[in-house]
Design a protein around this ligand. Structure first.
Ligand code: SF4
Length: 339
């Protein structure tokens, strides 16, 4: 605290890491680059990432969000969101003569590949995740005959498998780490030979954001999580904050959704944001708090993140081809053949 700070005793704990993960960053940039490269409209199947602000901003630039591939006019470009899609969606796109750009996060693709591999080895796959979430629908679609959804510990009792010696669990990437382990423990009680995935399915970004909010939750009276209601990882942050000891925790899309009464009797506010949330929305929440005497901001740092993903391969190919064509035009040297 600097010497000029009024000693209101009010402070903000700001989680680090928070906000954009590598998969979201890549997906949002992919839509922007596609709009530049091919021009509007670019159709996007489902919200590219689960954030209202991001979706509205991209809509203004010429992206059109649709629920089903069938809504996309023949001959258009359609992008698949970071949450991934089932193979049937690729087939529908091919049937509708659509050019596709797949912005599925590589960490979701990793889970798809695990599902394909275990299904090939004829395992029963218990996929821990939230019913109806797009990622779960996409992953299940890789091997519908082999996958059973387990939506939390209370679902375990009704799970049945063909052969209890050939069962593996996988999970959605954005779950609560602690709750997932509870579900896994319950599954292991029921199926002692249950195999675990070769590496964590809950992604690094989800884990790190939960770790930071856990640290701050113990000290904060109130935790404000910036994120949309359909964002799984954001909703988990609210739960983790409460379990860690925060008296209250709320999810808001925008600073304007904060209710003044939440601050009654509060001296420490924790602030964090889900993996699909641009930093500008967090800044607005910090401004709101500053105006109400919460000027002292301390960072609660749980991890360093440096991971980034390259753009979807279809886009990279076309951006490379364009760059090569430009070289050819300016130098007279032939452009290498596109892949
Ligand atoms: S939350 Fe994790 S799995 Fe989802 S897009 Fe981000 S990095 Fe990928």
């Amino acid at each position: 605290m600097g010497p000029m700070t009024a000693s209101t005793g009010r402070r903000v704990l700001l989680a680090a890491p928070r906000g954009y993960c590598a998969g979201v960053d890549r997906a949002v940039i992919a839509v922007e680059k596609a709009l530049e490269q091919y021009g509007a409209p670019i159709y996007v199947r489902h919200e590219i990432v689960h954030n209202k602000y991001v979706v509205q901003t991209l809509e203004k630039k010429g992206a059109i969000f649709v629920e089903q591939t069938a809504e996309v006019p023949e001959g258009s470009i359609v992008m698949f969101s970071a949450h991934g899609v089932a193979p049937t969606v690729h087939e529908e796109a091919a049937a509708g003569r659509l050019a596709t750009i797949d912005a599925t996060c590589p960490l979701v693709t990793k889970v798809h590949k695990e599902a394909i591999r275990y299904a090939k080895d004829d395992y029963d796959i218990l996929l821990i995740g939230h019913e109806g979430h797009e990622e779960v629908i996409g992953t299940s679609g890789e091997a519908p005959e082999h996958i059973t959804l387990v939506d939390g510990p209370e679902d375990v009792a009704k799970v049945e498998v063909r052969d209890p010696s050939k069962v593996v669990w996988l999970s959605q990437t954005t779950l609560s780490v602690d709750e997932t382990m509870e579900t896994v423990d319950a599954l292991k009680d029921k199926f002692p030979l249950l195999v675990s995935p070769p590496s964590d399915d809950i992604c690094y970004a989800t884990q790190n954001r939960q770790l930071a909010v856990k640290q701050m939750g113990a000290e904060a009276d109130l935790v404000i999580v910036v994120g949309s209601r359909n964002s799984s990882n954001s909703k988990r942050l609210v739960e983790v904050a409460k379990l860690a000891g925060a008296r209250e925790a709320y999810l808001v899309d925008f600073a304007s959704e904060i209710d003044e009464t939440w601050l009654d009797g509060v001296s420490t506010v924790g602030v964090t944001s889900g993996a699909s949330v641009p930093e500008v929305l967090v800044e607005q929440v910090l401004e709101y708090l500053t105006e109400r005497g919460f000027e002292d901001v301390e960072i609660v740092k749980a991890a360093e993140e440096s991971i980034t993903f390259s753009l979807p391969k279809e886009l990279r190919r076309d951006l490379r081809a364009e760059a090569a064509a430009l070289v050819a035009e300016r130098t007279g040297r032939p452009a290498p053949a596109a892949e």
